[in-house]
Structures are given as structure tokens and as C-alpha cells.
Write a protein that binds this ligand. Structure first.
Ligand SMILES: Cc1cc2nc3c(=O)[nH]c(=O)nc-3n(C[C@H](O)[C@H](O)[C@H](O)COP(=O)(O)OP(=O)(O)OC[C@H]3O[C@@H](n4cnc5c(N)ncnc54)[C@H](O)[C@@H]3O)c2cc1C
Ligand code: FES
Length: 235
């Protein structure tokens, strides 16, 4: 066991060698901001002030320059020493930190996956009970049979909060991609956690130009208020 001290709040919790700092924080009922839990979104970046950690190979949202400057992703960091963290970048207040993880447990959803001609799949999953979200947020879907989380942005707007629509690009060799490609069928149950993320469109009198391609379309699509009118053109 190692001691993990969070500088801002003068609080120390324990973390096992085979546990990420994020897992240990949540187990110890304190909150550190997170999103995808698998190294993809960068939400859980903090500064390592003292000590050392081993980062997993999937820390792809942490460029080498940032790592050299002492930034770590707590969802991908296993301590190899007692550590001191500066979590200022998470912009947490004391109440949020000590309240622990307020995220609701995963909700089982019935899914209706359909494959499009362009190697992507769309899914609609009506949760049992609405999951309110705002355009630009994402959910973590647990890969059936594995439990590993994968993040997908809602492709529908908050007005449709009785269901969640996702656009998932199929990547060769990917875990969730393989499930979509080879196994997914209408009515499968998937567990969805969220919503997460703070991206939103700020109101402005200026024109908005949104540039997106591939799976990035999912996030921009519901943020564009005029999209429904333009959808038939496909532009
Ligand atoms: C906030 C957020 C929102 C997102 N929104 C969307 C969205 O709306 N739509 C979307 O399609 N995606 C989205 N993503 C990406 C998505 O979460 C997944 O990363 C993506 O779908 C791949 O998941 P997977 O399980 O299919 O592949 P993974 O299993 O994660 O693998 C990804 C790729 O890495 C390769 N790979 C895996 N392991 C290894 C290894 N050991 N060595 C070498 N290569 C390896 C695989 O072959 C594959 O090509 C989002 C990500 C984030 C962080
Ligand atoms: S929670 Fe997404 S990178 Fe750590």
C-alpha cells in the first residue's frame, strides 16, 4: 500500500500496487474528476508533485512533454512510491472532493445496433428511466463480457433524453468494435454510465463553424441547432 496525498485538501488515502490512483480515490470515497477511465479523454490529469507512478500503455491522451513536466492521468497511474498530487487543474471544491463519486451506477439499456455502409454503427439505447444530458456530453459503455469502459458521445440532443444515440466507428482489432462487428444484435443489454463531459456551445451572436470528421461528428451533430434542417443534404 502507498499513501496518496492530495495537496489542496490536506487529505491522504491509501492505494494498492495493483490499483490505479483513481480507483483508490473512489474506493476511499473521495472524488477526483474523471471521464472515460481508459486514458482517452484527459479529464483526470493532475500534477504529480512528489513520488512516482507507472503509467499504462494506454495513456494516449498524455503527450510525452506533459508527462515529463509531471502531469499524470490518475485513471492510468499505478503508484510505485508514496505520492503527493496537485489537483488544481480539476477545479474541485472541498465539498465535491469529500462527497465522493456522485455518479449513478451503470444503467442497463436495451440497444438497437445497426450497421451503416460506412464501417460505423449507430445504436439507440433507451435507459430504464431517463438519463438527462446536454448536447456535447458522452457516456461510458461497458464492453459486454469484459466490463471495460469505452466512451461515446451522444449523437442526439438533450431534448431526446429518454434515449441515447451513439455513432461508433469500427476500428479493426478494437474490443468494443469487435463486439459491434461480430456479436451485437437488437435487444442486447449494455451497461451505460454517465453522462460525463463539460463540452457545450456558448451562446454567441457570431456564426459558428464546426469542423468534424469520422466519429467526431457524433459530438458536433447535436450541438448544431440548425442541423435537423440540414440533415437531408448530408452536408
Ligand atoms: C470523450 C470521448 C468520446 C468519444 N466519442 C466517440 C464517439 O462518439 N464515437 C466513436 O466511434 N468513438 C468515440 N470515442 C473513442 C472510443 O471511446 C473508443 O476509444 C473507440 O471506439 C475504440 O474502442 P474499441 O474498444 O473498439 O478499441 P480499443 O480496444 O480501445 O482499441 C483501439 C485501437 O487500438 C488498437 N489496439 C488495442 N490494443 C492494442 C495493443 N495492445 N497494441 C496495439 N494496438 C492496440 C486496436 O486494434 C484498435 O485499432 C470517444 C473517446 C472519448 C475519450
Ligand atoms: S478519465 Fe479519461 S483519461 Fe483518465
Amino acid at each position: 500500500m502507498y499513501d496518496i496525498k492530495v495537496d489542496q485538501f490536506g487529505h491522504t488515502f491509501d492505494c494498492a500496487e495493483d490499483e490505479t490512483i483513481l480507483e483508490a480515490a473512489l474506493r476511499n470515497r473521495v472524488f477526483l474528476r474523471y471521464g472515460c477511465k481508459h486514458g482517452g479523454c484527459g479529464t483526470c490529469k493532475v500534477q504529480l508533485v512528489d513520488g512516482d507512478v507507472e503509467l499504462t500503455a494506454s495513456s494516449y491522451s498524455l503527450p510525452p512533454g506533459e508527462r515529463d513536466g509531471g502531469t499524470i492521468l490518475v485513471c492510468q497511474s499505478y503508484p510505485v512510491d508514496d505520492c503527493v498530487l496537485d489537483v488544481a487543474a480539476m477545479n474541485l471544491d472541498e465539498e465535491e472532493f469529500f462527497k465522493g463519486d456522485g455518479t449513478a451506477p451503470g444503467r442497463p439499456c436495451w440497444s438497437r445496433w445497426r450497421r451503416s455502409p460506412t464501417t460505423s454503427a449507430g445504436g439507440a439505447a433507451p435507459p430504464e428511466g431517463a438519463m438527462p444530458f446536454i448536447a456535447g456530453q458522452f457516456v461510458n459503455v461497458e464492453v459486454p463480457g469484459h466490463g471495460a469502459p469505452r466512451s461515446y458521445s451522444m449523437a442526439n440532443g438533450s431534448a431526446d433524453d429518454d434515449r441515447i444515440e451513439l455513432i461508433c466507428k469500427i476500428l479493426p482489432g478494437g474490443l468494443f468494435s469487435a463486439y459491434l462487428d461480430e456479436q451485437a444484435k437488437p435487444g442486447d443489454e449494455v451497461v451505460v454510465n454517465g453522462p460525463y463531459g463539460l463540452m457545450a456551445i456558448r451562446l454567441s451572436h457570431r456564426d459558428l463553424v464546426m469542423v468534424a470528421g469520422g466519429s467526431g461528428l457524433a459530438r458536433c451533430w447535436p450541438c448544431s441547432p440548425t442541423w435537423p434542417a440540414r440533415a437531408p443534404t448530408g452536408r
